[in-house]
Design a protein around this ligand. Structure first.
Ligand SMILES: Nc1ncnc2c1ncn2[C@@H]1O[C@H](COP(=O)(O)OP(=O)(O)O)[C@@H](O)[C@H]1O
Ligand SMILES: [Mg+2]
Length: 240
């Protein structure tokens, strides 16, 4: 099964479903002269390689004042006067044609560290099978990072909501519903697709966002959870 890892393609597939469009942070393909334009539109943006993973080569840019920008990659921060340096940096990595630009979300935090949620959805063999949520956890970014791929903690979602002082526990159920609709949409496009690991963000206004769906989600974090039932369920679904 060959399903291409491509954030831009996935955005376009999901955006076509009207119920999901409002759950996706506005995204464009980065073109040579769009960066300055986008930075006038939004104060804070994220650049991501189309086919990236592990939070690698992701750049956060924030317009500070007149023509100064705060630029962050991993846990490195620099202040720059113009964005040409950023374009040069992207060019050096030879990926400048394959980046998306996205509106920055202000993710909910635990002890000043942003976190997001991984939700695994799976279906049994046969393309008519229905999608099910089989597991979830929250990943809290490491100190100094804005991507949660570099993690300080992996904990159950409800525990994360509590630590973030989010009273509304139904947010998890809501996030699961959103993940299920997104999986359904992707499953229509890819009949052989049987699992997706969604990164779901909750912003400071408690709004739920789809950050991305991974077709080959890392299952190791489930072994870090005290409760092994999700891990077992996921493995069962993989086999059936
Ligand atoms: N638009 C955004 N606003 C804020 N944080 C983001 C945004 N997009 C991604 N992130 C953070 O960066 C992480 C990695 O981004 P993601 O799109 O999942 O790429 P990757 O494929 O590298 O994991 C996310 O889990 C989230 O913590
Ligand atoms: Mg991710």
């Amino acid at each position: 099964m060959l399903i291409k890892r491509d954030k831009w393609l996935q955005y376009r597939i999901l955006r076509n479903a009207s119920s999901l469009a409002g759950r996706l942070p506005e995204t464009q393909l980065l073109k040579k002269d769009t960066l300055t334009k986008v930075l006038l539109q939004y104060q804070s943006i994220v650049l991501k390689p189309r086919n990236g993973s592990y939070g690698r080569d992701i750049i956060f840019i924030k317009r500070n004042g007149v023509r100064t920008y705060r630029i962050q990659n991993e846990n490195n921060v620099v202040i720059m006067r113009d964005t040409n340096k950023v374009l040069q940096w992207l060019h050096k990595r030879n990926k400048s044609h394959g980046y998306i630009v996205q509106k920055r979300l202000y993710l909910a935090q635990i002890g000043h560290k942003p976190f997001d949620i991984r939700i695994i959805v799976q279906r049994k063999k046969g393309s008519s099978a229905t999608w099910n949520v089989t597991g979830s956890y929250a990943k809290v970014a490491a100190q100094g990072y804005l991507v949660t791929n570099v993690t300080s903690r992996t904990i159950p979602v409800l525990e994360a909501l509590k630590l973030a002082r989010i009273e509304d526990r139904s947010l998890l159920v809501k996030a699961e519903h959103i993940a299920l609709s997104a999986a359904k949409r992707l499953g229509e496009r890819y009949p052989k697709l049987r699992q997706v690991g969604f990164d779901i963000g909750i912003d400071r206004k408690r709004r739920i966002w789809i950050i991305e769906g991974n077709y080959k989600p890392d299952l190791r974090p489930f072994r870090l959870l005290k409760d092994s039932s999700m891990h077992r369920k996921i493995l069962w679904y993989k086999k059936h």
